[in-house]
Structure formats: C-alpha cells, structure tokens
Design a protein around this ligand. Structure first.
Ligand SMILES: [Zn+2]
Length: 125
C-alpha cells in the first residue's frame, strides 16, 4: 500500500463533510481516490491537487484559513472595485458556498452562505 499524499484523518474529515452537505458523488469519488492510492485507478481528475482544492473550499483543518471567506457579492480583496474591469468569475458552487476568482489578479476567495463567525465578530456585525 502506497501512502497517500494527504494524511488519512484529513481525508476522512473531508469525506464526512461531503456527506454532511449531501455531496454524495464527491464522497464516492474521494473514496475512489483513496483506494487509488492503494493501487486502484483513481477517478478522472481526482489527484492530490484536486483533493487539496476541496479541503480549502470546505475549510477542513488544517486548511480552514487557506482561502479568505468574504461576504456575498464581495469585490476582490486585492483589487477592490477595480476588479470589475477583470470581472469576478465563479470557479465553483457547492452546497453552502462558492469559490470566486478575480479576473484581474487571479486571487481566489470563498463566499459562504452563513458568513464566517470569526470575521463577523472581528468587524462587529
Ligand atoms: Zn484581484
């Protein structure tokens, strides 16, 4: 058995989060990816990089702060309103949120349906 690039407890946490959000296909692909690390063929497109992307999107520790989480319809944190010239694009939507990319500087961020409590506390909303 070859060791996966991402530790198993982190993969287990991601699998649970997929199921909690009703993302059954993703949970099954993740399981296939894990078996793929043990000599089976992983599902197309599911490599360490893709799994890492989902760990960041769903804020699974230790990746919970890898992407900034902003209020809905935010401008790019780097470009501000200037980002309208490049346009913000939706990279991916998923149950509970979406990931966006700035067309100007290519920074990515999350917008979550229930905003991050830690940030709300900081700004006193
Ligand atoms: Zn930007």
């Amino acid at each position: 058995m070859t060791s996966p690039g991402i530790p198993r407890p982190i993969l287990v946490a991601l699998g649970k989060e997929f199921r909690r959000r009703g993302m059954q296909n993703h949970a099954e692909h993740l399981a296939s990816y894990y078996r793929g690390n043990q000599g089976h063929r992983p599902p197309y497109g599911w490599d360490d990089g893709h799994v890492l992307t989902w760990l960041k999107r769903l804020r699974i520790p230790p990746y919970e702060f890898a992407l900034p989480a902003l209020a809905p319809a935010s401008d790019c944190p780097h470009c501000g309103p200037q980002s309208v010239f490049g346009g913000r694009r939706t990279l991916c939507t998923f149950p509970g949120g979406a990931e966006f990319i700035c067309g100007r500087c290519e920074m990515t961020w999350l917008e979550l349906e229930r905003g991050p409590l830690d940030v709300r506390r900081l700004v006193g909303v």
